[in-house]
Design a binder for this molecule. Structure first.
Ligand code: PMP
Length: 307
């Protein structure tokens, strides 16, 4: 299948032509901030819906502020760019995309000029019926006092990269980080949830985790209103992971990815548990619009609207 085109500062380009100078802060210091989001094809409506676009734009804006980028884009500019990349690639299917704002000037102190590109891709999801094996990483989650881990700066991701490569070298699918206090933080690119003693539990936002949009969707909507289960936000200890009935990683990219073992301890019966399965169905129904609640979270990208 042909590569999708990248939208870069107003122009659609083949992948190999979307390049940055080697001396830019973006390339040399990873001076970029980004968002990863999915848009879902809805056959009934003949529409591609981007999920929680306004929340992704808001977080991109927070990331730019925090990393001291000058911010030349309005939300309307960002929305037009998303429309342009989907329409320009004639996408009538599910798509994942990275929106990346970067600094072009060289040097550590560079804050502008900035550019923006959107890289769409067909990102596979974990095959239905399959869970992943996780390990506790022997890398520690970067502290929020070292780099703003609650936001999405590309430079944060070397921490996740090292953990993921270590996990794979050790024969696991995914790492789970502990933070500097020794409490569970999150995955390398996803939020952690578990079911323990019948309750849904996730680490607090003061655990050196990204402030995840999926986490909010689950906590404020799907868990209480569809599953009728409240989520407890608290510190989670390492050994709780080994004795959990169920666990999953979640995020815009990961959606709901079941974790069936941690450090080779099977969770529950070592299969995808009923809460995880129900939540995964509820999530996919919501993002695609099969569950028609919260239309404000699904921005049609073909129809002319503003977010
Ligand atoms: N944690 C990390 C480190 C991530 O990269 C992501 C993906 N953005 C998540 C959690 C999940 O965040 P969201 O639900 O906003 O995609």
């Amino acid at each position: 299948m042909a590569d999708l085109k990248i939208w870069m500062n107003g122009t659609l380009l083949p992948q190999e032509q979307a390049v940055l100078p080697v001396n830019s802060a973006a390339v040399f210091y990873a001076t970029n901030v980004f968002e990863g989001l999915r848009a879902y094809w809805n056959e009934r409506d003949g529409e591609v819906y981007a999920f929680r676009l306004a929340d992704h734009f808001a977080r991109l804006r927070e990331s730019m502020k925090m990393m001291r980028f000058t911010v030349p884009y309005s939300d309307d500019d960002l929305f037009e760019a998303v429309r342009a990349v989907l329409a320009g690639n004639e996408l009538r299917e599910d798509v994942h995309m990275h929106l990346v704002a970067y600094v072009l000037a060289p040097g550590l102190e560079a804050t502008s000029p900035s550019g923006l590109y959107i890289n769409p891709r067909r990102r596979p999801r974990v095959p239905e019926g399959k869970g992943v094996s996780a390990c506790i990483s022997n890398w520690t989650r970067t502290s929020d006092n070292a780099i703003p881990i609650r936001l999405k700066s590309g430079s944060n991701y070397q921490n996740g990269r090292l953990a993921r490569l270590q996990a794979r070298a050790d024969g696991y699918d995914e790492p789970i980080f502990l933070n500097q206090r020794g409490k569970v933080a999150e995955g390398s690119g996803a939020t952690f949830f578990m079911v323990r003693k019948g309750r849904l539990v996730t680490p607090t936002t003061s655990s050196d985790i990204l402030e995840s949009i999926t986490r909010t969707t689950l906590m404020e909507d799907l868990c209480p209103h569809v599953l009728h289960m409240d989520v407890v936000e608290r510190d989670v200890d390492r050994t709780e992971l080994y004795t959990a009935e169920e666990a999953f990683l979640c995020g815009s990219g990961y959606e709901i990815t079941p974790v069936t073992s941690v450090d080779r301890f099977p969770l529950g019966r070592g299969e995808i548990g009923p809460v995880t399965r129900a939540l995964s169905t509820a999530y996919l129904n919501l993002v695609r619009g099969v569950d028609s609640r919260h239309p404000e979270w699904r921005t049609p990208t073909y129809k002319k609207v503003t977010v």
